[in-house]
Write a protein that binds this ligand. Structure first.
Ligand code: MF3
Ligand code: CO
Ligand code: CO
Length: 254
């Protein structure tokens, strides 16, 4: 396991990349509406990242991924590929943005709704959001990764939803997916100890039904096996001596 500790100068670059990724999500919200395709959203984000931010959309060509963002609609768990699909009222989707600026990555995702969200989708999204924050609130030098996973899992399961196990959070920096793996389940007081200067993501995928997933033949799109809804939120975070600094807050939370 090779975990990188970021120097103060590197931490500044991570702050910049994180802010840019969050800015893309702030920008795209008003474009998520009935009638737009997920590829339209991809095009808008691609242009914003490359032209306005002079940054690089990390997903594009990452291990062969064909687009600049991930759009995961309804029962798609993660890594949905933008395409012709046009949003209809009630669709719930995760938009996952990763930008590279000055060689450093910022990675963040949020849930959005087209038209009117169902009560069920709203509730699932809120549980995933709260679970992400409960996980983040565990972060500090000296805490362990199992503390994070446990906090996420207990909140999700208390609400009778399930945590996806096959995909996890990750260290992040010059490399998109670095060590360590940040599992969204586990036991307190287990796992790697956190140190100040580490940067990682917390990004729980929460299923309304069973936790099992299936990979579609496109090699990317992950769906729930039972076709029930899934929701996800993600932040990139810097570990500090006293706790954490979230690098991908939206403008309304800064
Ligand atoms: N942004 C995703 C994550 O949170 C990874 C997407 S990889 C891609 O780790 F190739 F699908 F873009
Ligand atoms: Co990530
Ligand atoms: Co992401």
């Amino acid at each position: 396991m090779h975990v990188t500790i970021k120097t103060p100068a590197e931490q500044d670059k991570m702050r910049i990349a994180g802010r840019l990724a969050a800015d893309v999500l702030d920008m795209i919200g008003e474009h998520v509406k009935v009638g737009v395709s997920t590829d339209d959203l991809n095009t808008i984000c691609h242009r914003y990242i490359t032209e306005k931010q002079a940054a690089v959309p990390a997903p594009l060509n990452y291990r062969g991924f064909p687009k600049s963002i991930c759009t995961s609609v309804n029962h798609v768990v993660c890594h949905g590929i933008p395409g012709e699909r046009v949003l209809k009222s009630g669709d719930a989707l995760n938009i996952d943005i990763t930008v590279i600026k000055d060689a450093y990555h910022g990675d963040t995702s949020r849930m959005f709704f087209a038209g009117k969200a169902s009560v069920q989708a709203e509730r699932l999204s809120k549980v995933a959001y709260d679970a992400m924050w409960l996980g983040i609130e565990q972060l500090a030098a000296g805490k362990q990764l199992g503390d994070v996973g446990h906090a996420v899992q207990q909140h999700v399961e208390k609400n009778r939803y399930s945590v996806v196990r096959e995909y996890c959070g990750h260290g992040i920096g010059r490399i998109f997916h670095e060590d360590p793996q940040v599992l969204h389940y586990g036991q307190e007081g287990t796992g790697m100890e956190l140190r100040a200067g580490m940067t990682l993501t917390v990004e729980p995928m929460v299923n309304a039904g069973k936790r099992q997933v299936r990979l579609l033949p496109d090699g990317w799109t992950v769906v729930t096996k039972d076709h029930q809804l899934s929701a996800q939120w993600e932040h990139t975070i810097l570990i500090t001596e006293s706790g954490y600094e979230v690098l991908t807050l939206g403008a309304d939370q800064r």
